[in-house]
Design a protein around this ligand. Structure first.
Ligand SMILES: NC(=O)C1=CN([C@@H]2O[C@H](COP(=O)(O)OP(=O)(O)OC[C@H]3O[C@@H](n4cnc5c(N)ncnc54)[C@H](OP(=O)(O)O)[C@@H]3O)[C@@H](O)[C@H]2O)C=CC1
Ligand SMILES: Nc1nc(=O)c2c([nH]1)NC[C@@H]1CN(c3ccc(C(=O)N[C@@H](CCC(=O)O)C(=O)O)cc3)C=[N+]21
Ligand SMILES: [Mg+2]
Length: 291
């Protein structure tokens, strides 16, 4: 047996085409969406993401504003930049690349972003809105995972979902979105007992752990849908948190790494920027880009 491959790269390309169409329509009304990305320091992986975000932002017809600050920038200077971006009408979305250097208070920096421009959905206001079922900006990685799950499964109602990982940027918002779609959700983490046994109950298994090839084939329920969020650089190249070779023998469907969740994350960032621009201009939310 061999699983259906969920092609995030192709899905993301289709999403970007739809976004480009919407951007063109906005531009005809004199509105050009703008995304500001702030990178502090020189982490090579972060530089790669920021570069591909900037490139894809321009490709869909949006304006891209990149701000690169040295690692030793005082926090006050970063907060001052965020204030300027908050006040700039050409900027509809603001993303501050994480992680930040150790001398900065990540929570304070994130919460300085105007919630309406918080295209990562990381501010407490957007987290609270998502948790209470109000109209929010939803974190890009979980949103991309949700889109792929809906596309593959249709309804998620009543399905058993296990999310491995409880971070604020992936695990927790992923669980919220699955719950909103009426899945029965369990969040697992480093203290979870009998993780393999728990995973075997999952119709939907989302791995956001940060450990290469962590989830083994015999943890996967036959026919399950497996979403691999992990990005791990190893001597064998980029690999996910799921042992792909094993899991694809058992799963019904699975996302590859690379070419799965990663490209969807960037496409959803553009989707959120479009949504933020629509809301800032009193237009309805673009169809199919919000949960
Ligand atoms: N494709 C994409 O677009 C993105 C990919 N990523 C990738 O996703 C992965 C997760 O990212 P992130 O959520 O930020 O990571 P974090 O390090 O913030 O969180 C990892 C989570 O995994 C849990 N965990 C660690 N070890 C184990 C274990 N042995 N058993 C069970 N749970 C464990 C931790 O548990 P505890 O809380 O108990 O410590 C924690 O909740 C990384 O590989 C990251 O690179 C992240 C963002 C976007
Ligand atoms: N404020 C903030 N928002 C984020 O969304 C955010 C962040 N900080 N910090 C880092 C993580 C990680 N992340 C990825 C985005 C795209 C790929 C991606 O496109 N991956 C490609 C491979 C890219 C490669 O080769 O390195 C793929 O999986 O196919 C991966 C990871 C967003 N993050
Ligand atoms: Mg983290």
């Amino acid at each position: 047996m061999s699983a259906t491959l969920i092609d995030g790269k192709a899905f993301a390309a289709g999403l970007r085409t739809r976004i480009a169409t919407e951007v063109a329509a906005m531009k005809a009304q004199g509105i050009t969406p703008g995304l500001a990305v702030v990178l502090v320091g020189e982490d090579p992986a972060s530089q790669v993401y920021v570069r591909s975000k900037g490139k894809q932002t321009l490709e869909v017809g949006m304006n891209s504003y990149e701000h690169k600050l040295p690692a030793e920038t005082p926090e006050a200077d970063l907060l001052a930049l965020i204030e300027r971006l908050n006040a700039d009408p050409a900027v509809n979305g603001i993303l501050v690349q994480l992680p930040l250097p150790a001398h900065m208070d990540e929570e304070a920096v994130i919460n300085a972003i105007l919630p309406e421009k918080d295209v990562d959905g990381f501010t407490v206001l957007n987290v609270g809105r998502l948790a209470t079922g109000q109209k929010a900006m939803v974190p890009c990685t979980p949103l991309g995972c949700l889109m792929m799950l809906r596309e593959h499964l249709g309804s998620l109602s009543g399905k058993n979902a296990v999310v491995i990982g409880r971070s604020n940027i992936v695990g927790k918002p992923m669980a919220q979105l699955l719950l909103r779609d009426s899945a029965t959700v369990t969040i697992a983490h480093s203290r979870t007992q009998d993780l393999p046994g728990l995973c075997r109950t999952a119709d939907i298994l989302v791995a956001a752990v940060g450990r290469a090839n962590f989830v083994k084939g015999d943890w996967v329920k036959p026919g399950a849908t497996v979403i691999d969020v992990g990005i791990n650089r190893t001597d064998d190249g980029l690999v996910g948190d799921v042992d792909f070779a094993e899991a694809e023998q058992v799963a019904g469907a699975i996302t590859p790494v690379p070419g799965g969740v990663g490209p969807m994350t960037i496409a959803c960032l553009l989707a959120n920027t479009l949504t933020a621009t629509a809301r800032a201009n009193g237009l309805p939310d673009p169809e199919g880009l919000t949960p």
